[in-house]
Design a binder for this molecule. Sequence first.
Ligand code: SAM
Length: 500
Amino acid sequence: MKVLEKAVESAVVYRQDTNEEHKKCFGQYFTPHEVSHFMSSLFNIENLGKNISILDPGAGTGTLSISLIEHILSSLNEKLEICLTAYEIDKKVANILNTNLTSLKEKCSEKGINFAFNIIQEDFVTLNHKVLNKNSSFKTAKYDLIISNPPYFKLNKTNPLTKLVSVLKITNIYAAFSAISALLLKPKGQTVFIIPRSFASGVYFEKYREFLFKNLKIEKIHLFKSRKKAFKEEKVLQENLIYMAVPKIHNETYKVRITTSEGIKDLSKNNFRLYSIDYLIDLHSKHYFLFLPTSNQDEYLINYFKKFKNLLADFKLTVSTGPVVNFRSKPNLTSYSEKLVPLIWLNNVMHGYIEFPIKSKFNKQSLILDSKIEKQLRANDNYILVRRFSTKDDERRIIAAPLLKDDYNFDRFGFENKLNYIYSKEIKLSKYMTKGISHLLNTNIYDNYFSIFNGNTQVSATELKNIPFPNKKTIIEIGELNYKSMEDLNLKIETILDSI
Ligand SMILES: C[S@@+](CC[C@H](N)C(=O)[O-])C[C@H]1O[C@@H](n2cnc3c(N)ncnc32)[C@H](O)[C@@H]1O
């Protein structure tokens, strides 16, 4: 059996023998061998010297580093000295890693290659976080090649690691691994990481994105379009991407090669697209959203939206998240009564209209008032309500509806936390402007445009604040449209927008 197959096999056995809680705690999602091969193939190995240093942070059973080293051995016919540093915190996994790397060493020596490895059975972040601090005199080894499938789990406030990476406001351990590794590269080093796509637009990843794009020149990106298929074995429901990058030395624009696949089976299909980095990221905006076009239609949409010059703020509108958090307000939730203050939930917001109250088993649609909940209520006014979450089965990411004050006899509303609401603190938001914005958000082109930069199931207030809109006159014209169905409305809006 080849060493790589052995490493993959040992991960399978380990996975079967280990309880879910433990795997979750260490963020253990092992890379399938097809993905390891693909990641290794993204390195440019032609011009490596004879001494090659490799880092694999969060090495697991060694699949990635073994795959990379086997790739180097099969491509280069030189007498090489390869030195691997592998971090693996879990003792049981580190032992398996040791066995696998020992087999690799034997194979290397048969071929006359000098291979040395060092397993560091400690926390990668704790040992290396100081590299993120510009003023620190921290000195550490640097590497020619870094390959990683880092652990994935949220870093909450109580986790001691959160403080260590607070300069970048990092909220998930994978971003800590990626950011630290970026600074552990030699000037001509290369790094390949597989990470969830969710960092591409979320507000919690803003500082990390800024850091990443300032420090790395991202030469290649591979996007897995299916949420399920990159880690089929591991029940991971994230959209994942792989990036290959080198240290960014100069501040000039460069080309990024983007490839896509549904999952593993079609990984190596040759369908790349080349884009200038400033087409993919607006490096002057403080949000650094990463656009990932994967089709001609996506490209068309990015260009199409360039003609829309307004953000919600230009109409004196803003976006907030519903203040009523249902699990914190349990004593206040009660069944619907027209004498009580209504609570609007995500389920009440349909594609284009509000259904309230919903006549179903779901029935906590009114609020019993107390001083705490009083502060969270909003006056009856015109609002655009947008679901904050879509489920993995939803075809659309954006689902919006106008809430018009004249439709209800209530004085106030509660908005549940899984909703965003668009409103104005400064002006009266008119009925047709409200309907126009809601209609636009519900079109296919807005939904498709949104999914070019949004890589998760959430629609954040920051993302909504940064979607471009046409001018006020056009929005009102759209708000005044009569329509028979959402498809009919969609077509009518496209005709209006095409004529701009
Ligand atoms: C997502 S798994 C990937 C394993 C392997 N790289 C692969 O691709 O199959 C991440 C690995 O990192 C290890 N790990 C988790 N936290 C770590 C930490 N703070 N420092 C070092 N290793 C860690 C886990 O035990 C796990 O084996």
